[in-house]
Design a protein around this ligand. Structure first.
Ligand SMILES: [Zn+2]
Ligand SMILES: [Zn+2]
Length: 124
């Protein structure tokens, strides 16, 4: 089992310390379900919803999200979301970007709609 983890420094946790995260995060509020994408330079282990003000702890493992927006920007996030798919938000232009979980790769990838309306229905 080989993982392609690009985390800069991953030190084994000796104590029962809560994991802390930096960089791009997409966090879903456990209270109201609001999804928010943001960047943090300060390590955080929890998230306060700006909508309802409730506290959401970040789990020991976050899933990776790759967001490729129509505006051409590409971002990597980590998320506490475990749904098969959800709408991320481009931090550059604010457009919603649909991502779906790819079990093979173990991360969320942007759902590309590149049929350009040709009428191919690819739904199962
Ligand atoms: Zn909330
Ligand atoms: Zn964008």
């Amino acid at each position: 089992m080989q993982t392609n983890d690009t985390a800069p420094s991953r030190t084994p946790a000796k104590k029962k310390e809560r994991p802390q995260y930096t960089g791009g995060l997409i966090v879903k509020c456990r209270k109201c379900g609001l999804i928010r994408g943001f960047f943090t330079h300060k390590p955080i282990d929890h998230y306060h919803c700006f909508e309802c003000g409730k506290y959401t702890p970040l789990p020991p493992e976050l899933r990776a999200v790759e967001v490729r927006c129509e505006c051409g920007k590409f971002f990597k996030y980590q998320t506490n979301i475990t749904d098969p798919a959800f709408d991320a938000t481009c931090v550059e232009c604010g457009a919603p970007v649909a991502v779906g979980y790819n079990e093979k790769l173990g991360r969320y990838l942007t759902i590309m709609d590149d049929c350009s309306g040709a009428g191919h229905d690819m739904r199962p």
